[in-house]
Write a protein that binds this ligand. Structure first.
Ligand code: GLU
Length: 311
């Protein structure tokens, strides 16, 4: 008898630091369609460990917004704030494997890496300065390769990008650490998210390898930017998406995702939009698109290639 094919497991993982906006809607819609069009499960995880930035009540509001837009998630919502023991266990494991070191460098001390001279590795043999330290993960040698579902083959030189923080100076686990622990624990096999996280992916893959965790497949969706290619203006980013306009907003998000919804879809119901979108999902239309113009869904003028994230 043939083994049943593995069901893809995808997730949407908002941080409750502000209401969902157009960029978050695009990530949610892209990962939902990628999962549902492939018969997959779709999980929601609230990434609420950056406690100084978490806004009380925001997670609830985000979940209500997702419901109003017709998203149906599988299983219980996971809150990262309930998972500190798991993050501590992985930190202890990485430490025991000799892959971490205390570092006194601030983000400012390390600006410009990846551009000139690469990463200096200042504290690898001990903190260079007195005072507070973070814990960094010592990256492996050699480049990290992965095949992005939409952007194609990617290669990052982590030795030049630097050793990434896994425990912050304030003692909180970092985003990079928590996301790797939870993607593995939740059995996530497909990560579809915004291209702003493309430069995080090589660190996450390197962390998975060091901690003996599986690597999901990755696909990064175009960043929503202004017509000139610049960052989406603060005001546009801050505009919460209005559930009353859900069918129209979902339809324009499909256009931003290079899909071609029929014009009358915007005046139908949320259910109509999803039925059409799942049946007609064409991921190949996203090939090579790193950014998309917020007004028309066209490719903006500026390129958004980056070599390194902020370690
Ligand atoms: N929590 C992250 C954010 O809101 C997303 C994490 C991820 O998708 O890996 O930007």
């Amino acid at each position: 008898m043939r083994e049943p094919l593995e069901i893809p497991v995808a997730r949407f993982a908002p941080s409750p630091t502000g209401p969902l906006h157009l960029g978050s809607l695009l990530a949610a819609v892209g990962s939902y369609l990628d999962a549902r069009a492939n018969g997959g499960r779709w999980l929601v995880r609230i990434e609420d460990i950056d406690t100084p930035r978490v806004i009380p009540g925001c997670a609830d509001q985000q979940l209500r917004t997702l419901e109003a837009f017709g998203f149906e998630w599988d299983g219980e919502v996971v809150f990262q704030s309930t998972r500190f023991d798991a993050y501590r266990a992985t930190l202890a494991d990485l430490r025991a494997r000799g892959r971490t070191f205390r570092c006194s460098c601030s983000r400012k001390d390390l600006t410009g890496i990846g551009e000139e001279g690469g990463y200096p590795g200042t504290c690898r043999d001990g903190p260079a300065k007195a005072g507070p330290t973070s814990l960094r993960f010592r990256v492996g040698d050699g480049p990290v390769h992965f095949d992005d579902a939409f952007l194609g083959p990617q290669v990052f030189d982590l030795a030049a990008c630097g050793d990434v923080v896994v425990e912050r100076r304030d003692g909180l686990p970092s985003y990079q650490l928590a996301v790797v622990v939870d993607d593995a624990w939740q059995g996530v096999t497909r990560v579809v998210r915004g291209a702003d996280l493309l430069t995080s992916t090589p660190w996450q893959i390197d962390l998975q390898r060091a901690a003996g965790l599986p690597t999901p497949s990755y696909g990064h969706l175009p960043l929503v930017v202004e017509a000139d290619g610049g960052k989406l203006s603060k005001s546009a980013r801050a505009v919460p998406i209005d559930p009353a306009a859900a069918p129209a907003l979902l339809t324009s998000t499909l256009t931003l995702l290079a899909q071609t919804p029929p014009p009358d879809l915007a005046s139908g119901s949320v259910k109509d939009v999803w039925n059409w979108a799942i049946a007609h999902w064409r991921p190949q239309a996203l090939a090579g698109r790193r950014a998309v113009d917020v007004r028309v869904g066209r490719q903006p003028s500026r390129n958004h290639a980056e070599n390194c994230g902020s370690p």
